[in-house]
Design a protein around this ligand. Structure first.
Ligand SMILES: [Fe+2]
Length: 295
């Protein structure tokens, strides 16, 4: 899930308890009343869900299942060319359905025996501390809706394609899952909002948009790149910088366009040493020092 408030369609609960998703007029599904009704119903599932209960089934149309099948097929080709070996092993290990959108409950049931991670439904934006904090307990907040079928390779907001193809395949790897947990522990440990923001930016530049040298090539392991049909073709041409926690925690990013500054790990071990160790040990004081040295 992405963390910027403006990226998610706002959710409103009406006096009668019904849930309304306020899509922007530029959203591809804005003028489609059937899609909008489904978005409202799906958001209502998350609003009314209680942790520990099974995740309610979302209803999808045949067209939406076809979007999933098309995107799975096309991204699969690009993953073989551009994703890290550890992510590709996660794809094989998890075995997501290829022809229909999996229910989040099903994703949880595939994932939990592998790395202990379970999915939680999210209607939209989850506050940073909750979103990251529960990673420490092996929970991942996920939206449940899918992009509008008229534009299968585009979404203005993180949808189930991003959450499941991008994140669940990574969470099926023991080593990536361990990094997600460490990020959660860091988010729990820090007290100040600035330190939390720093922790979340390091997550952004690694588990969302991280790239890695592998076999002499640059490959992606970040869920944001690996779930984006356009971005996965572009990342090699971006401004690629060395892995540096202070730089990642203080670099500004614009969520509404392709990420043009990326940070490269030399290997998965390098990522674990630099970023894993940072999340395992950071606190408000150590982060304040990193901010001071980078300014
Ligand atoms: Fe994400």
């Amino acid at each position: 899930m992405f963390e910027e408030a403006q990226y998610f369609a706002p959710i409103a609960t009406q006096d009668d308890g019904s849930v309304v998703v306020e899509l922007a007029s530029s959203h591809p599904g804005f003028a489609d009343p059937v899609y909008r009704a489904r978005r409202n119903a799906i958001a209502g599932l998350a609003v009314n869900h209680r942790r520990g209960e099974p995740i309610p089934l979302a209803e999808y149309t045949e067209q939406e299942h076809e979007v999933w099948a098309l995107v799975t097929r096309e991204l699969g080709v690009k993953h073989r060319a551009y994703a890290t070996a550890e992510y590709l092993a996660g794809v094989e290990r998890l075995g997501l359905p290829r022809e229909r959108i999996p229910q989040l409950q099903e994703v949880s049931e595939l994932l939990e025996p592998l790395t202990g991670f379970r999915y939680l439904p999210a209607a939209g934006l989850v506050p940073l501390r909750d979103f990251y904090g529960v990673l420490a307990d092996g929970y991942f907040h996920s939206t449940q809706y899918i992009r509008h079928h008229s534009v299968p390779f585009y979404t203005p907001e993180p949808d189930v394609v991003h959450e499941v193809i991008g994140h669940a395949n990574a969470l099926a790897s023991d080593r990536y899952a361990a990094l997600y947990r460490l990020a959660g522990q860091a988010a729990r440990r820090v007290e100040g909002e600035e330190a939390l923001e720093f922790v979340s930016k390091v997550f952004w530049f690694t588990l969302e948009f991280g790239v890695m040298r592998e076999g002499g090539e640059l490959r992606a392991y970040g869920a944001g790149i690996l779930s984006s049909y356009g971005e996965i073709e572009e990342f090699r041409g971006m401004d690629i910088r060395p892995l540096d926690v202070a730089a990642m925690g203080t670099t500004h990013y614009d969520i509404t366009k392709y990420q043009d500054v990326l940070f490269q790990a030399d290997s998965l071990g390098h990522l674990e040493d630099v970023v894993g160790d940072f999340w395992a040990t950071c606190d408000d004081d150590s982060i304040a020092k990193l901010v001071a040295t980078s300014s």
